[in-house]
Design a protein around this ligand. Sequence first.
Ligand code: ADP
Ligand code: MG
Length: 559
Amino acid sequence: MEKTPFKAESKRLLEMMIHSIYSNREIFLRELISNASDAIDKLYYKALGDDNLSFDKGDYFIKVAPDKASRTLTITDTGIGMTRDELENNLGVIAQSGSLAFKRENELEDGHGIIGQFGVGFYSAFMVADAVTVISRAFGSETAFKWESSGVDGYTIEPTQKDTAGTEIILKLKESTEDENYDDYLDEYRLRSIIKKYSDFIRYPIKMDVTLRRPKEGNVGEFEEYREEQTINSMVPIWRRNKNELTDEDYENFYMEKHYGFDKPLQHLHISVDGAVRYNAILYIPEKTPFNYYSKEYEKGLELYSNGVLIMGKCPDLLPDYYSFVKGIVDSEDLSLNISREILQQDKQVKLIAKNIKSKITSQLQRLLKDDRDKYEVFYKAFGTQLKYGVYSDFGANKDVLQDLLMFYSSKEKKLVTLAEYVSRMPEEQKYIYYATGETYERIDKLPQTELVADKGYEILYFTEDVDEFAIKVMMSYQDKEFKSVSSGDLGIETGDNPEQTEAEANENRALFDEMKEILGDKVKDVRISKRLKNHPVCLTADGEITIEMEKVLKAMPN
Ligand code: ADP
Ligand code: MG
C-alpha cells in the first residue's frame, strides 16, 4: 500500500517527538488518555443535544492494556471515533482545531511554538513507540478504518473490522536502551502510577486488568494469582466537589497525598471561580516553614490542570514570590494543554488566574488576622519574613497588598502588632512611627537611643531582622506617618531644651569632646552633647538616611 507523506510541519513535529526533546516521555500516556476522554466528551455533548441519543455514563470508559508478549500497549476508548477523513485530517496533520488559523497568524511558527500551542498530543506516542496503529470507528458509521505509521515517512489508511464505535490505539514500544527503559510502559505497577499521577481526575473510568493475589482455598498460607479489571483513577477531583461536603480531614488528607509538606496545613482555601476566567483551586498555607524555604533550592509553584489533566507539576507563574509558601492545585477549563514553560508564562488565562489567586490569598490572610489572631501569628512566624521581602522587592510595587499583613514586636504591647494598630494608638502630637533595630528584643530594650522616645510614652517597633528596615524604607510611610529610627539625628520630639544653653554646655566641654574624638579617630564623625539621654551616659546616632543597622547589612553583602 502506498504511504501518504505527512504534511511538512507535522513531519517536523514528528521528528522532534521521535528524537524525544522531552525528558519525561511518560506524558505520552496522559496525552492519549486525554484524547480518549475528549472523544467520550464529544459523544456526551452530541447526546445532550439529541433526544434520540441517550448517554449512559456507565457505558463509557478508557482501557489501558499492556501486552508483554507482543511488546504493545493499547489504549481503547468508547468515544466518538474517527471517520476515514478524520483519521486523515486529525492524525495526518497537526490538530485541525478552529483556532489554528488564528494562532498561525499570531504566532511564530518555530517548533517550540507549535508544540506549545497544540500540546504534545497524539504525536507524543512516537516518543515511546516505533509504530502506532489507530483503529477507529466513528459513531453512527458502519465501517472502521485502520491508520498506521512507523514514523516520518508517512502513514497508511485501510478499512478494517471493529464492532463498536470508538478508537483503539496500539503502540509498538521501542526496544529499551541503556538510557531509557521502554519496557516500563508494559509494567502494570508503573502504568498505574503514571495514570494516577497525571490522569487521576479524568471523569471517565480508566480501566486496566491487574494481577492480584489471594489466599488459596483450602491451602493455608498459600496464595494464588488472579486477574481483575480495576478502575485506576478516582474520577472526581476534590477541587470539583462541593465545599460543604468536605471536611477539614479531607483537605488534610489531600495535602498529605500530594506531599505538599510533612506538617499539617495551617489553613486551606477552596476556590471556585466562574466568571471572566473559570477555575477551581485548592490552596494551602503550611503551618511550618519548609526546611529549605529560604534557600535557592526551594521552588514555588502550584499544580496546574486543564480540565482534569495535569499540565504542570509546579507552575511558578501562578504565585507571586511573596506568596511562594502557598501549595496547592489549580484546574481550569479555559486552558489548552500547553507544555512549554515559556508559553504558559505569556498565557492570558494563566495571568488572570494568577491575579485572582493573589487577591484570594491576600483576603484570606487578612481574614485570618482579623478572626484568628493566634493562628495568624503562627503563620507570620513561619512566613512573615517572606512578606517583608515582598514589600522590599520590586521597588515597593506590592506594598499596598502587603503592608496591612505586616507585624512587628511592640515596646508597649510586648507582642507582635500591626502597623494599623500602632497608628491607631499614636497620641495626636506624635509625628512618626518609631522603630529601633537590634539583634534581640532584650538588647533593643537596653538601647540608650530608645530612652527619649519611650520617655515620651511613644510606642517603638523592634526590628530584629535585616529585612525589616529595608522594607519600611521602601514603604516610606504608613497612613501618612513616616517611619523614624530612634537613632536618627532628628527625632521630631520637643526636648524643651534651649539651644543657647546647649551651645554653652558644648563650649564648656569642647576640650573633652576633642580629646574623645581624637582617641576614637575614624570610628566616629563627631562627638557632641545630646539631649536624648536620661539614664545612659552615651549613645551612637546615625547621620543621614542609612542607619547603623543598615550599614552593617550593606557591609555584609557581597559586592
Ligand atoms: P489535540 O488533542 O490538542 O486536538 P492531538 O494531537 O492530541 O491534538 O489530537 C489530534 C486530533 O485527533 C484530536 O483533536 C481529535 O480530533 C483526534 N483524536 C485523537 N485521538 C482521538 C481519539 N481517541 N478519538 C477520537 N479522536 C481522536
Ligand atoms: Mg490531545
